[in-house]
Design a protein around this ligand. Sequence first.
Ligand code: BGC
Length: 755
Amino acid sequence: MKIKKLILFFSLSVFFGVLGCKKDSIQNENNVLLNNKNVKMESFLDSLMQVMTLDEKIGQMVLFSTDWEKTGPSINNSYKKLVEEGKVGNIFNAYTSKFTRELQKTAIENTRLGIPLLFGYDVIHGHRTIFPISLGESASWDLEAIENGARIAAIEAAAEGIHWTFAPMVDIARDPRWGRVSEGAGEDVYLGSEIAKARVRGFQGDDLSATNTILACAKHYAAYGAAQGGRDYNTVDISERELRTTYLPPFKATVNEGVATFMTSFNELNGVPVTGNKYLLTDILKTEWGFKGFVVTDYTSINEMVAHGIVKDDKEAAELAVNAGVDMDMQGAAFMDYLKELIAEGKVSEKKVDESVRSILALKYQLGLFDDPYKYCDEEREKNSLMTTENLEAARDMARKSSVLLKNNKEILPISKDKKIALIGPLADNKWDIIGSWSAAGDRYEKPVTVLEGFKTKISNSSNLMFAKGCEINSDDTKGFNEAIAIAKKADVIVMVMGESQDMSGESASRTNLDLPGNQKDLLKEIKKTGKPIVLVLMNGRPLTLEWENEHIDAILETWFPGTMGGIAIADLIFGDYNPSGKLTMSFPRNVGQIPIYYNVKNTGRPIDPKNPYEKYKSNYLDVLNSPLYPFGYGLSYTTFEYSDLSIDKNKFTFNEDITVSVIIKNTGKYKGEEVAQLYVQDLVGSVTRPLKELKRFEKILLNPGESKEVSFTINSKDLAFYTRDMSFKAEPGEFKIYVGTNSQNVLETQFSLK
Ligand code: BGC
């Protein structure tokens, strides 16, 4: 009690300037950039840390989960007791203002110093209002909408007592066998970095002490997306150049954006598990990049280093982790059980622990928890902030923006509202799967709008809409086929809603077969026999292999797992109330044998002749083309766009000059529509081999039918920099090609030189 008073004294004395802080630093305290020195905070932390025991410090480095049940919390005494004892300073998987208040009270009233708990949670693509899965959102190429989605998620989460989200996931991924591609922003480094920054801005806002902002967490650091064979948690062995060129940039981008925390990944990198990898955590992240927040592990990843075979037991694992630069142990108890002993034995320095604790307390301070530990537990705000009409509308808009039209033969889409429609498929009236995986607090029973429900809002004559499930998502059972075939025969047009179940992507959801699961394709083939036009609406968390569908189905609309408002958004698209504009952020392979597949490949010494793609002794396959079925950046619209007049302001540039590239884009079709114009660069000769194309800029524009616009992009030599042969990061003089177009394959080109 005395000590609590002491802390109060320190905070008040600091506040009133007794310790001599400057006025401008107080005004600065809300600055989200952690690099900014904050005198008042530093004095407060000095005072607090002086009175903390080693046990209390270690407690701040421990993060435990509640035993939250699907229907709500049940207080498990072991973690509650540990909170009371000051052994656990942070909790995850707890939300609602009532539950977090109750837990917070336990920490404030029972521990010696009353240090507030930090509540973390997986707020990934929405909190209560679920937006499309992150991979889907990335297909919008709309940074403002993505930022807004994260902002809404933060507002809802913060209203339910959450201070910290385990997002954004910024792992670049080029292997769709890996289920976690659904959580990221696809295969491209530039787009991935821009999206990573947008999400950090959305979650953290520009004032961490505001009650509607939360800490973001860049995860899973690093190279998790390069797991061999696309098998989750698997080994990663890549070169330093590949690490820095492909996997690190989105993480670095989040540091530049002021991200508060980082999460280590489960994988090893070149022989050393990331959670014990000093090179990644200290040398690169904290030293080279100057990251000032804290590093949390992934779930029990300290303990998993025993299975990795790099340490013999949990105690050695704790030593390796903390000395590598881990600040907080998620769920593993290795810090709780062994840090004190390790310090006594001189294997870990107390200074190291102090640094970690300080970085954690600093963020609790910046959130304002030392002023009011209950500031995020306001039942009134909670009541008014969740699933508001505005939030639901934003989710609907994002679902429309995220959908990618993959095929539209003879313009069968959009469908006129007076047509007789057979709606078929296991995902057509499915609330459970439509919100996708990692929708932790999302409702799967009532709120999601299914496609059937969405269609009903559009079709006034109800007898024009027939529905049959047809089959399950992943089963051999054909008993629903006949009913589906029967309604298909009566229809003018058939809409099939098919794909994966929500748990077939996300964590621990790797697949080696990327076809539509179960007997869905068999049903499609049966329905095809009716000879009626078919629209295939897909819901899935990763690129699928769709060669047969692409050949035989008239129209294909990829909607990912579109979230709470998915069904109505899909209805908007299918009936032409909204024109699709999404573009793929991952290449869709023709078959699994092409994986890994991505657009920014190198030429090799034996590139194929596109006119003779199967030629012997060239870098190709005997049985499939090198090209993907649908390339990166691809996506159709109900209208058409024509690119012309690509120009560049000069042909020779110095390193200090801006390079301006312009193109005219014309809407040559019947509908108003949005187009994402993409600019790629190729460095023709380098001190190391360079990709054939790299995305450097993009712009989304809206054009009325017949309208043309000039789009200009500006780049400079910094955009041309890469890790040269001696690993310095710079541009080299020489010849470059510029490509601008509607996707990574269909482009106009020009050339310039850099001297
Ligand atoms: C996942 C993380 C997640 C954590 C906490 C882990 O299994 O890999 O992405 O944030 O659990 O739920």
